[in-house]
Design a protein around this ligand. Structure first.
Ligand SMILES: C[S@@+](CC[C@H](N)C(=O)[O-])C[C@H]1O[C@@H](n2cnc3c(N)ncnc32)[C@H](O)[C@@H]1O
Length: 509
């Protein structure tokens, strides 16, 4: 059992240091005594006596969000049954990451208004969480867009319930093209000079058709590739400029894929969770829009649910010639998401294109994992892998994490051990380990690292490794050990790929 202190340190590492909850997580007991509506959802664990809620109860998670927004942010908030319920600490991390991007000098300072930050929240949802947090925490202005009536109505209600910030937030309706094709044609023909956008008042729901930027021709070619409502192009108005856009996209292609985490109940309707092509298509479309809109936004950003999509999208960004790419990880409990940011504003220094990747953090996906195996099985196998070389290895079954301390000899032993030949064909390339002797520094400083396993969607797990010591001369050895672990776990848990697919990927290498 990990000590309380160790556990707190581990939790702190996953939350932004400026997040209200980074030092002190919400105290359910105190909240229950202050808010009678929350009290029925709080119970005391028979194990450690700590106050808890049932994360699989939608009403409990929604009430928690309501009281956290009220108690810690002074916000009045509600959503109707079934609508996606945001977790406040998690959503705050994204806001603070954007705050860091804006404060950095990675790109030239081309801001039009130094006093007010202006953001665009793509798909603000009924919960309108990002504009509410951004406006209340940092005084930012927002346009929040959405396509569904329920999202627009409730986002608007949530804004109106908070008169102290309501002037800062505009909720903007995006027309779904399929519903009104004739009207869309007229807009397209009118081109960039027309202004029939519904005159977006700063309050109220402004209806925006695909009218303005930058030309009807470009817009229609983008539409051919992506048969769905507009996202930025045609929603952003002429002359509008923003410091950033943000997006928590519909991650999934189907509702089956979305029903992934039986441990939490955050709700989420099909309209919120699903879009054709899933998040990859949705964000690819934002990238295409950004190529047209270029410096209308200083930073384009999106949240991403699957690491494999992150790789695809970074490759796409490099193709379209952005000046900067940045990524981050948002980890909360068993959920891991990524943030992707890019810009067309020239870099301020010599950086031409940078993907921030800390070499102390490594990760890989286990895809095609057979149903009988859970994240815990994977964790146990990782533990056996390390223990078999005699390392000191502690498994924390609450955080799904192992802490490992390995000496130089133990690293050598891991790297030279044989990997089971299961699925050998599929993983041959992973077993090609380089010569390790010169990667292990002769001073022989122990490696101290942790391994965590996260469920992504059924059949897909994420394994993360974090080297605890900075500036360790044996960091290269950590890379090798982690690659070896990848080979071992893939050999054990992933279904072998069909032969045809294998020979195709061999030819490509
Ligand atoms: C996953 S929800 C995110 C809601 C909220 N931002 C949050 O973080 O909880 C995705 C939202 O995107 C909206 N959406 C889907 N397509 C859209 C589009 N083309 N433009 C704007 N919003 C869209 C959906 O209606 C839904 O409300």
């Amino acid at each position: 059992m990990p000590s309380k202190k160790r556990k707190r340190v581990a939790e702190r590492g996953t939350i932004h240091p400026r997040n209200k909850y980074s030092e002190k997580p919400p105290d359910f007991g105190a909240l229950a005594s202050l808010y009678p509506s929350f009290e029925p959802y709080v119970f005391y664990s028979s194990k450690d006596g700590r106050p808890r809620i049932d994360w699989t109860d939608y009403n409990a998670t929604r009430e928690l969000t309501r009281v956290l927004l009220l108690h810690d942010h002074g916000l009045n908030w509600w959503i109707p049954d079934g609508q996606l319920c945001p977790t406040v600490p998690n959503r705050s991390n994204y806001i603070h990451w954007i705050e860091d991007l804006l404060a950095s000098d990675i790109i030239l300072n081309t801001r039009i208004d130094d006093n007010v930050v202006k953001g665009f929240d793509i798909g603000t949802g009924a919960n309108c969480i990002y504009p509410l947090l951004g406006a209340s925490l940092l005084g930012w202005r927002f346009v929040g867009s959405d396509i569904t009536d329920v999202a627009l109505e409730w986002a608007e209600r949530n804004v109106r319930s908070n008169p102290h910030i309501s002037e800062l937030i505009e909720i903007r309706k995006v027309h779904t093209r399929e519903k009104n094709p004739e009207e869309e044609d007229v807009h397209a023909e009118q081109g960039p000079d027309s202004d029939d956008s519904g005159g977006s008042s700063n309050r109220g729901v402004a209806e925006i058709g695909p009218s303005c930027l930058p030309s009807a021709k470009l817009q229609s070619s983008a539409q051919k590739k992506y048969q769905a409502p507009p996202i930025l192009l045609g929603v952003v108005k002429d002359e509008e400029k923003f410091d950033f856009c943000m997006c928590n996209p519909p991650f999934f292609e189907t509702m089956e894929e979305a029903g992934l985490n039986p441990k939490t109940a955050c709700g989420g309707t099909k309209e919120e969770m699903v879009c054709p092509g899933g998040e990859q298509a949705f964000i690819a479309r934002i990238i295409e829009d950004s190529v047209q809109l270029k410096q209308c936004f200083r930073w384009y950003t999106s949240m991403i649910g699957r690491k494999s999509n992150l790789k695809f999208l970074i490759a796409k960004l490099r193709e379209v010639g952005v000046t900067v790419v940045k990524t981050t990880e948002f980890v909360q409990g068993q959920t891991c998401r990524w943030g992707l940011a890019w810009s067309f504003v020239p870099p301020s220094g010599k950086i031409l294109s940078s993907q921030v990747s800390e070499s102390n953090n490594k990760s890989f996906m286990l895809e095609g994992v057979q149903r009988q195996y859970s994240a815990f099985h994977v964790l146990q196998s990782a533990e056996s892998f390390f223990c078999s070389s005699g390392t000191s290895c502690k498994l924390d079954s609450i955080q799904f994490k192992i802490d490992v301390i390995a000496s130089k000899d133990q690293c050598e032993s891991m790297l030279t051990s044989e990997t089971e030949p299961y699925g050998a064909l599929s993983y041959q390339h992973n077993l090609e380990m380089p010569d390790v002797s010169n990667q292990l520094d002769s001073q022989s400083i122990d490696l101290h690292f942790s391994i965590s396993v996260f469920q992504q969607i059924p059949g897909t797990l994420l394994v993360k490794g974090t080297l605890q010591q900075k500036g360790n001369p044996n960091a290269g050895a950590f890379s090798l050990v982690f690659s070896k672990l990848e080979a071992v776990l893939k050999a054990k848990f992933c279904k072998p790929k069909p032969i045809a697919e294998l020979s195709r990927s061999k030819q490509q290498r």
